[in-house]
Design a protein around this ligand. Structure first.
Ligand code: IPE
Ligand code: IPE
Ligand code: MG
Length: 238
């Protein structure tokens, strides 16, 4: 219950700022997204080397479908082009690529691609790299509630453990450290259940500029935090 000397087991990042990164250079937003994708593997490796076990990256929210059609199409194309390569690189580096979110709004071909990518390294034992795509916390919680009802779980048997087991993150630990880059300070419907006691870290650095130094800064800030989970810190004072 004092400042944490252990690295966070589960880090989550809201990868924000791709559009502004591109705009400030007079480039189309899609270039910012492409540049953002290139940051994923280096950041995953940096986290892995520092002892993080789970890294969940917010790539596309349930609300991002509201963006102009051309941008949504560009993001879907980017998923299609990056997923095979990323799965192969994860295989090489013993990272386990996973998906958190739904596939149902993607084309059947893209769904197959994503499933194949996830299957390719399901036996890897290193850091789990969880890509949150078409993900929204409220959608996830509604789906979990529906699953409990469909399983015939009685109202009094509904508890936190059973809910957790029906979330996309079933079997994963809660988020210890939630990072949002890009300057905004909000959750934007990301891991609201899992991050209930996460330490929050905000930085103005835009995602396409995010790297090892930013990971270290966030982990350093985390190490200095006193996590109490509603109790008292050692010695009974704050
Ligand atoms: C984050 O960058 C990527 C996605 C949400 C898909 P943005 O596209 O939100 O970039 P900004 O916030 O407009 O700069
Ligand atoms: C959050 O970023 C979603 C992702 C990073 C995928 P947004 O740019 O969509 O969030 P808002 O609209 O600023 O809250
Ligand atoms: Mg944004």
């Amino acid at each position: 219950m004092t400042a944490s000397h252990e690295p966070p087991r589960h880090v989550a990042i809201i990868m924000d700022g791709n559009g502004r990164w591109a705009r400030s250079r007079g480039l189309p937003r899609s270039v910012g997204h492409r540049r953002g994708v290139d940051r994923i593997h280096p950041v995953a490796l940096a986290c892995s080397r520092r002892g993080v076990e789970y890294l969940t990256l917010y790539a596309f929210s349930t609300e991002n479908w509201r963006r102009p059609g051309a941008e949504v199409s560009a993001l879907l194309r980017l998923l299609a082009t990056m997923i095979d390569d990323e799965a192969k690189t994860c295989l090489r580096d013993n990272l386990r690529l996973r998906l958190v979110g739904t596939l149902e709004h993607l084309s059947p071909a893209l769904q197959d691609k994503v499933r194949a990518a996830v299957a390719l390294n399901e036996h890897n034992t290193g850091l789990s790299l969880c890509l949150a795509f078409d993900y929204g916390s409220r959608d996830e919680i509604v789906r979990a509630a529906r699953a409990l009802a469909a399983d015939g779980v009685a109202p009094l048997e509904v508890d936190e453990r059973r809910m957790s087991e029906r979330l996309f993150t079933a079997g994963m630990p809660d988020v210890d450290l939630l990072i949002r880059c890009g300057g905004e300070q909000r959750m934007s419907n990301f891991l609201m259940w899992q991050a209930a006691y996460a330490e929050l870290y905000f930085t103005d650095v835009l995602w396409p500029d995010f790297g090892e130094a930013e990971v270290d800064a966030a982990l350093e800030a985390y190490a200095a935090r006193s996590r109490r989970f509603g109790g008292l810190s050692q010695g009974g004072t704050h």
